[in-house]
Design a protein around this ligand. Structure first.
Ligand code: NAP
Length: 260
């Protein structure tokens, strides 16, 4: 028996990387999953096939979470398809590098729209249903950037992730009375398209080496490392937790010692 038997989940940005791993981990524990994607249709359909092969139900639903109507439609489609909704994982996100003096205004707006707006729109749509049912688990994927790393070129991104952390607390405050738990995961360095794209193989290897050295565990994160914690937060084992941000970064030495 799985920890999430009979549960229905929506995972935004489920087509690749961390979101993909979250979809598969939730399904492995018994959940049916609505796999949202924006551009990676083939990726999302691949995740659906893997879930169906596990004997669970799954559907791929296109939608840009940064657009309120799309986000609403994704959540409504999941409820239409499966009849209910218990779990929302707000995972979709983008990282556009730049400092506040160099980032293009349009890029900044796009990142805010997806990373912050996406959480707001999807949560609003899901909470409407969850409030009626007096049950829900909402899990936001922020980043250690939102707590305070010192990585060049990520200040605007860090700002969006800090917003996700405070939204987690505020939503927990607003939704607790409806038996809805809202928690957050702040991953450290995880190798995905987000961290590897636009870099040569040598650059990625160097990044892995440096990031591994910064972790007490001596390695970078895998998408599955984040997915396991998402499953825990989605389960009733975490029923008495809300408003929390769990840092999943292999024990970053620069955080533990407050030195660089
Ligand atoms: P990724 O490999 O680049 O995947 C991003 C996912 O988000 C894709 O499935 C993508 O779908 C989806 N997405 C992007 N824009 C979207 C939109 N407007 N609407 C719907 N879906 C959208 O990134 P990742 O590393 O797995 O990151 C997942 C989350 O973890 C993000 O919130 C990221 O900020 C956070 N995070 C990552 C790391 C890391 O080291 N990788 C560390 C801390 C936090 P399509 O391809 O279909 O567009």
């Amino acid at each position: 028996m799985g920890r999430l038997d009979g549960r229905v989940a929506v995972v935004t940005g489920g087509s690749r990387g961390i979101g993909r791993a979250v979809c598969l981990a939730l399904a492995r524990e018994g959940a049916d999953v609505c796999v949202n994607y924006n551009a990676s249709r083939d990726g999302a359909l691949g995740v659906v096939r893997e879930i169906v092969a596990m004997g669970r139900r799954a559907v791929a639903v296109q939608g840009d979470v940064g657009v309120a109507d799309d986000a609403r439609a994704v959540v409504e489609r999941a409820i239409e398809e499966f009849g209910e909704l218990h779990i929302l994982v707000n995972n979709a996100g983008i990282l556009l590098r730049g400092s506040f003096t160099s980032i293009d205004a349009g890029e900044l707006e796009r990142m805010e729209r997806i990373n912050v707006g996406g959480v707001i729109h999807c949560t609003e749509a899901a909470a409407k249903h969850m409030k009626e049912k007096r049950y829900g688990k909402i899990i936001n994927i922020a980043s250690i950037a939102g707590i305070g790393t010192a990585v060049e070129g990520t200040t605007p991104y860090a700002m969006t992730k800090a917003a996700v952390i405070i939204l987690t607390k505020r939503y927990a405050f607003e939704l607790g009375r409806y038996n809805i738990n809202v928690n957050c995961i702040a991953p450290g360095y995880v190798l995905t398209d987000m961290t590897a794209a636009g870099r040569s193989r040598e650059e990625v290897e160097e990044l892995i080496r440096v990031a591994s050295q910064k972790s007490v565990l001596g390695r970078i994160g895998r998408p599955e490392d984040i997915a396991g914690v998402a499953v825990f937060l989605a389960s009733d084992e975490a029923s008495y937790m809300t408003g929390q941000t769990l840092v999943v970064d292999g024990g970053r030495i620069d955080f533990l010692t407050h030195s660089l």
